[in-house]
Design a protein around this ligand. Structure first.
Ligand code: F3S
Length: 295
């Protein structure tokens, strides 16, 4: 195998919102003997395990937190009921909701107040999308794309917001589908800048390489979206969480590997992948046995 070249997307790794959430979480574990986080702080298993080692507990519901204790709201946000329950039970909240996610919650709530029919472009089971709907008083509808509109009565006044990790193409499709069916359409493009820049840079890189490796949590919406975008270019694409999953088989005939990572992927995870790619490539040159692929 000739020497393998690895090219990374600029700005891969933690985004502003994730850095902020982690800083708050680390402060919380230093300051309080017990802190419970409502769901995973970010969608990265290794980071969550690291916080558990620092003493953070992860719970599904605010009801599992003792009155008077401290709880953290994850970067994806939470619905208003969580804030009300915490206040009623004197639970101190540390709020790691990303400010860009809060902007979507506020926009959706405002549109409902102004009596628009509100659509949230997002994933129905994603905690961020669900919390946006809760902030809209349960009166917004999550759609994954234009095809989800089939069978829905469209009102005369419609508003659209999106989960921060969506792709602009999908928003454009949804807007194009709605426009002929309504008289007034308000669109707030709430796709986060960190997301769109990473998506564009990953797309540009994917068309120029033989293999794309996308690093990040399997539950991370923005990482999964990156993998979909890269795969759609036709370039073989692998989504992995850690360097151990890399397989020498994938490198057969590959000269240039592109690396990108979700907004919740630590720099160390990216560096570990880069190093292991070097080892695998050297191993192939030296005729070492293939690594086992765990996926
Ligand atoms: Fe926030 Fe955007 Fe990151 S919404 S958590 S800065 S991907």
């Amino acid at each position: 195998m000739s020497e393998l070249k690895t090219v990374s997307v600029e700005d891969a790794g933690f985004c502003f919102g994730v850095r902020r959430a982690l800083k708050l979480a680390e402060e919380a574990t230093e300051r309080y003997a017990e802190v419970a986080c409502l769901g995973p702080l970010i969608h990265n298993r290794q980071v969550v395990e690291g916080l558990e080692r620092r003493g953070m507990r992860f719970v599904e519901d605010i009801g599992e937190v003792e009155p008077g204790a401290t709880a953290m709201i994850r970067a994806h946000g939470a619905g208003p009921q969580v804030y009300q329950d915490a206040a009623a039970r004197r639970i101190k909240l540390m709020d790691a909701t990303c400010p860009f996610v809060r902007r979507v919650q506020q926009a959706a709530a405002q549109f409902v107040e102004e009596q628009y029919q509100v659509f949230v472009l997002g994933e129905p089971d994603h905690p961020e999308a669900r919390a946006i709907v809760e902030h809209a008083g349960g009166q917004a509808l999550i759609v994954e794309g234009a095809s989800d509109l089939a069978g829905t009565q469209i009102a005369d006044r419609v508003a659209v917001v999106c989960q921060t990790t969506q792709h602009l193409d999908k928003l454009q499709e949804l807007v194009a589908a709605l426009l002929p069916q309504t008289r007034e359409l308000r669109v707030t493009n709430t796709i986060c800048d960190a997301t769109s820049k990473r998506q564009e840079a990953s797309l540009r890189l994917a068309v120029d390489v033989d293999l794309m490796i996308v690093i990040g949590g399997y539950h991370s919406a923005n990482t999964t979206r990156l993998a979909q975008i890269c795969a759609a270019t036709g370039t073989p694409t692998k989504h992995i969480e850690t360097a151990d999953e890399l397989c020498q088989e994938w490198l057969r005939g590959v000269k240039v590997v592109g690396l990108t990572a979700g907004a919740s992927t630590p720099d160390e995870a990216i560096e570990a992948v880069r190093e292991r790619l070097g080892t695998l490539s050297a191993g192939a040159t030296g005729g070492d046995a293939d690594a086992e692929n765990p996926r």
